[in-house]
Design a binder for this molecule. Structure first.
Ligand code: B12
Ligand code: SF4
Length: 507
């Protein structure tokens, strides 16, 4: 029993945890630049216990999607505060500022809104948090967009031009996804991200877990799929060796995923995606994924306790079958990044060690841990609120790295310390070593990736500030891609070949 009761506090550079200063609210007004829209992704504090790499892995698709829906006579600017280049620009003062809002950075979004409005810009807020808390967001904006911004943004800009901006615009997510224009990635600072190809093929999920934002009141997001040809053309046009699918669950419709894989194969790229573990129901689909360039999947296991999963109404294979299923993915050279939620009602103080033990025993290449977090508007939020177990509504702490509710079978301090311990242990030399691939030939690449990507936060900070992320990572990704192409050829030649001998380091 090596678990400490107190998680170690890890120091973080100031600019990773504190948003850049904005300057005085009131100052001499500069002229507003007509027909210029600036799109902003607000700052959020980074948890130093997890890898900083994930924050610059790939950009959010919200702003590039909205940029694509902007009429041609508007100029569009982009600013991501998480690239650590200081406060967003205000010379010239934009005519319109569009800000994407998640609950963890809602406060920062409101500060930015006040700052730009004081300078004469019109501010439009959109995103998930605006959908779950519209009244709160309304107070800070000239207009709010509830739901799909791609549909709403052109109307909002047209109303601004006509001088009849309304305070609230609403659209659902039921429109055919293939009608959306491809995201406008040309506006991105390409050097700032490991890859600019964040791409989305589907929307929604066949599940509706009680803690997931997809079960937010008023959010009707049927599973929607884009034409595979559209997705492939979009990836090809961005010209990057590595793509990240940001779909909630790329595997909800296995027949669609199979078609997508067939279409992706000729591109010769590598990619990763979030899926549920039932993807392994059919190993031939997993093989198709490998042949199409899938090097890693992000799997929401959530919990190893069946009671927690059934409380959350998650339709999933039984946890005691997870290990076999992880092996199906590994056999095909697909790395597994498991996502685990801590603090469910069936979790007791032993959940931390049991979870990490399982991760190590099954050699998961990576894992992410989340303290159970009730997003406003979800069934979980309602339940904990009704039980009087919410500690506060400070949304910036609803980031899955802080305890915001009273757990059932442990204290808040135990949950906090257990969460910290999980990361500490996962990134320890011992754990990295225990999780190495069984094939000795794959170990060096695995170790290089584990140390570089997951244990080098100081290095990441340096790269982000200097905008060197793309330049430094590109050769490594290219190397991975070439190794993977060799592995694919082998997989085709020898049906049933075990991939572990050829496992790619992935990213
Ligand atoms: C990529 C991603 C990341 C990336 C980058 C995120 C970023 N902010 O840049 C990384 C890996 C860094 C990341 C980290 C985290 N993430 Co994240 N992430 C995602 C993911 C997978 C995709 C986001 C995306 O591009 N979506 C596609 C776009 C098109 O959809 P959208 O954002 O909803 O935008 C549409 C509308 O909302 C609207 N809209 C949005 N903004 C605006 C703005 C305007 C002006 C208008 C008009 C309209 C509009 O129009 C868009 C088009 O329809 C989502 C899940 C998902 N599939 O959405 C989770 C998600 C956003 N992440 C989530 C969380 C919890 C986190 C973390 C806190 C988790 C953690 N502890 O590590 C961290 C930290 C981030 C933070 N503190 O907020 C939650 C947020 C929950 C919530 N209610 O806010 C989500 C929903 C995942 C989930 N299932 O719970 N994440
Ligand atoms: S399986 Fe994942 S994406 Fe789907 S509803 Fe559950 S938590 Fe959300």
């Amino acid at each position: 029993m090596g678990r400490r009761t107190q998680g170690r506090r890890v120091a973080a550079p100031a600019d990773m945890v504190v948003a850049p200063a904005l300057g005085p609210l009131r100052q001499k007004r500069l002229p507003v630049k007509n027909l210029y829209a600036l799109l902003v992704n607000p700052f959020y504090p980074k948890d130093p216990r997890a890898s900083y790499g994930k924050h610059v892995l790939t950009p959010t698709l919200a702003l590039t999607s909205i940029a694509a829906a902007t009429p041609g006579h508007w100029e569009v600017g982009y600013w991501d505060e998480n690239l650590l280049q200081g406060p967003p620009p205000c010379d010239p003062v934009p005519h319109v500022v569009g800000v994407t809002v998640h609950l963890t950075f809602a406060q920062r979004a409101y500060e930015l809104a006040a700052w730009y409005r004081a300078r004469g810009s019109l501010v439009v807020l959109g995103g998930l948090h605006v959908l779950s808390c519209p009244e709160e967001a309304q107070a800070h904006a000239d207009a709010i967009a509830i739901g799909d911004g791609v549909q709403l943004w052109p109307t909002i800009l047209a109303d601004i031009e006509a001088g009849c901006l309304r305070p609230r615009y609403e659209a659902g997510f039921a429109r055919a996804y293939s009608l959306d224009p491809p995201p406008r990635r040309a506006i991105l600072p390409r050097s700032g991200f490991l890859t600019t190809t964040s791409v989305i093929a589907t929307r929604g999920c066949h599940n509706r877990c009680g803690f997931c934002y997809l079960s937010t009141d008023g959010l009707h997001m049927p599973y929607r799929m884009r034409e595979v040809e559209q997705v492939v053309a979009e990836i090809a046009a961005d010209g990057q060796p590595y793509a990240v699918f940001v779909d909630n669950n790329l595997g909800s419709r296995p027949d669609y995923l199979r078609r997508l894989c067939v279409a992706l194969r000729p591109l010769g790229i590598i990619w990763s995606a979030a899926v549920t573990i039932d993807i392994t129901d059919d190993p031939t689909l997993v093989r198709e994924m490998a042949l199409a360039g899938c090097t890693g999947v992000f799997v929401g296991f959530e919990s190893l306790n069946a009671g927690n999963l059934s409380d959350a109404h998650k339709r999933t294979p039984a946890p005691d079958d997870y290990a076999r299923r992880v092996e199906v993915l590994h056999r095909h050279g697909i790395q597994v990044n498991g996502s685990f939620v801590l603090g469910f009602d069936h979790d007791r103080a032993d959940v931390f060690e049991r979870t990490v033990e399982w991760i190590e025993a099954n050699r998961l290449e990576c894992a992410t841990f989340h303290i159970l977090t009730p997003y406003p508007g979800t069934p979980l939020f309602r339940q904990l609120d009704a039980q009087g177990r919410l500690l506060h509504r400070d949304w910036h702490l609803y980031d899955t790295a802080h305890v915001v509710f009273q757990p059932k079978h442990m204290s808040c301090e135990e949950l906090d310390a257990g969460y910290a311990w999980c990361y500490e242990r996962l990134f320890s030399h011992r754990s990295i070593w225990r999780r190495r691939p069984t094939d000795a030939r794959a170990v060096a690449a695995y170790l290089a990736m584990s140390y570089l990507y997951k244990r080098s936060n100081r290095f990441w900070h340096w790269l982000i500030r200097r905008r060197l992320t793309a330049r430094v990572w590109r050769p490594l990704i290219e190397h991975s891609r070439r190794r993977h192409l060799r592995f694919r050829r082998r997989l085709l030649q020898v049906p049933g070949a075990r991939a572990s001998q050829y496992v790619s380091p992935g990213v």
